[in-house]
Design a protein around this ligand. Structure first.
Ligand SMILES: Cc1ncc(COP(=O)(O)O)c(C=O)c1O
Length: 393
C-alpha cells in the first residue's frame, strides 16, 4: 500500500465509513466532509437568505465548478457544462448531432444501457446504423477492429471507458487516436472513470465527455458535467434551446452561446454545483494518480481474496482493471448475497442487465455482485468482506 497515502485523514473526513463497509462507490460514493458541509451550508443560506440573493453573493464560488472541471480534465472552463447527471450530459452531446439515414455510429460493447437506448432511438427515428466494435481477447474494445470499421460513413465514435458492471478499463486513448486520424468526433462516457482514474481529454483525444458527480468524484447526487471540445462547440447546436443556452436578441432572433453552457438551462441546484466543484478540488488535492494507485491496490487485494473462496468466480475482463470488482458464487444467487451482506452493514450491489447490456449479451454470465472500492476503504474491510462471504457461502 502506498506509504504516503493518508488513510487516517481519508477516513476522518468520511463520516459514513464509521458505521458500515461501503463497497458501492460505483453506485454513489460517500461524500467527504468538506463536500457534504459545503452542500448543507449553501442550502441553509438559501433557506435563510433567499436563493437568488445567495447566488448573487456566492457567484465566484459557483463559477469555481467550471474552473475545477477544467483542471480535472485538462481543458478550458468554457468547454465545461454543468448538468444534473451523466445521462443528461451524454444525451445533450449525442442528440446535438444531426444524423442522417445511412450514417454510422461506431460504439464499444461496454456502452451504458441508457446510451444504448438513445442509440436505438436514433437508429429507429433517423435510420442511422449502429456498428458494434467487437471486443478483443481481453474483453476490451478491439482497437484494430475499430480501425478497420471506421470509414466515410462514420459520424461518431462512442465509448464507455469504465462500464458500470465490470472492472474493465477500456483503452480510451488508443480509440482517440483512431477517431482523430479518421476525423470522426469521439464521445466518451467517463462516468465511472472520473474520480478514480486520471482523465485527460488531451491525452485521450475525445471531443465530448460525460461524467456524474455522485460516483468516484464523491460529489452530491443530481450533479454531472459535460465536456465539449472548443473546436466542436459552434458546430453542435443543442437539440433543445432555451433563453440561457441562447441569448434572445429581439422577439424574432436568438444567438446560441459560444461556450459549452449552450447545453445548460438556467435553473439548477446551485448547492449541487458548488459542492461538485468542491468535490473535484478535493479529488485533485489527493491527486488522481495517487487515488487510482490506491484503488488498484485495494481492488487487486479483493480479487485475490475472492479467487481463494471456493465456488466464487471473478468476472472482470480487460488488461487494465479498476476499483469495480464483479463476481458470482455458484452456491448463492447475487441478489440474496447482496441482501445478506446489507444486513451485516456491508454495502455492495447487483449488476443490472442495463449496466452494459451488449457485452453482457455477448458473454452471458449469472447475475454479478459488484463490490466497488474507493481510496477510503481499507484492507481490513476487505478481510471482513471476504470473511462474511465465506460464512454466507
Ligand atoms: C458508465 C455509466 N454511464 C452513465 C451512467 C449514468 O449516470 P447518471 O445516473 O448520472 O445519469 C452510469 C450510471 O451508473 C454509468 O455507470
Amino acid at each position: 500500500m502506498s506509504r504516503e497515502f493518508d488513510l487516517a485523514r481519508a477516513r476522518r473526513e468520511t463520516r459514513g465509513c464509521e458505521q458500515r463497509i461501503h463497497f458501492n462507490n460505483a453506485g454513489a460514493s460517500l461524500p467527504p466532509v468538506p463536500v457534504a458541509d459545503a452542500l448543507y451550508r449553501y442550502l441553509r443560506e438559501e433557506e435563510e437568505q433567499g436563493g437568488y440573493e445567495v447566488m448573487a453573493r456566492r457567484g465566484a464560488e459557483l463559477d469555481n465548478f467550471y474552473a475545477a472541471g477544467a483542471r480535472l480534465l485538462n481543458c478550458s472552463a468554457e468547454e465545461i457544462a454543468y448538468t444534473d447527471s451523466a445521462t443528461r450530459a451524454w444525451n445533450a452531446a449525442f442528440y446535438a448531432f444531426d444524423f442522417r439515414p445511412g450514417d454510422r455510429i461506431l460504439a464499444g460493447c461496454a456502452e451504458y444501457g441508457s446510451n444504448l437506448v438513445a442509440l436505438l432511438h436514433r437508429a429507429k427515428r433517423r435510420g442511422v446504423e449502429i456498428v458494434w466494435v467487437p471486443d478483443d481477447a481481453h474483453g476490451q474494445i478491439d482497437v484494430a477492429a475499430l480501425e478497420r470499421l471506421i470509414d466515410a460513413r462514420a459520424r461518431l465514435v462512442c465509448l464507455t471507458q469504465v462500464p458500470s458492471g465490470s472492472g474493465l478499463v477500456n483503452p480510451a486513448a488508443a480509440v482517440g487516436k483512431v477517431a482523430r486520424s479518421a476525423g470522426v468526433p469521439y464521445l466518451l462516457d467517463a462516468c465511472q472513470a472520473l474520480g478514480q482514474l486520471p482523465v485527460d481529454v488531451e491525452e485521450i483525444g475525445c471531443d465530448l465527455l460525460c461524467g456524474t458527480g455522485r460516483k468516484f468524484l464523491r460529489g452530491p447526487r443530481g450533479t454531472g458535467l459535460l465536456y465539449v471540445r472548443s473546436a466542436l462547440i459552434e458546430q453542435l447546436e443543442p437539440d433543445q434551446l432555451n433563453h440561457y443556452a441562447a441569448e434572445l436578441l429581439d422577439i424574432n432572433r436568438y444567438r446560441v452561446r459560444a461556450d459549452a453552457k449552450r447545453f445548460e438551462c438556467w435553473e439548477r441546484s446551485c448547492a449541487g454545483q458548488l459542492a461538485l466543484g468542491v468535490a473535484i478540488d478535493y479529488a485533485l488535492e489527493w491527486g488522481l494518480p495517487s487515488i487510482s494507485e490506491r484503488i488498484a491496490q485495494l481492488a487487486g487485494s479483493l480479487r485475490r481474496e475472492l479467487h481463494a473462496i471456493g465456488g466464487v468466480t471473478v468476472a472482470d475482463p480487460g488488461q487494465i482493471q479498476c476499483g469495480i470488482v464483479t463476481f458470482y458464487a455458484t452456491q448463492v444467487p447475487a441478489e440474496q448475497l447482496q441482501q445478506q451482506l446489507a444486513a451485516r452493514q456491508i454495502n455492495c450491489s447487483v449488476v443490472p442487465f442495463s449496466a452494459n447490456p451488449v457485452s453482457s449479451a455477448q458473454r452471458p454470465h449469472p447475475p454479478l455482485l459488484r463490490a466497488s472500492l474507493h481510496y477510503y476503504n481499507t484492507l481490513e474491510e476487505i478481510d471482513r468482506f471476504a470473511a462474511a462471504l465465506r460464512q454466507l457461502l
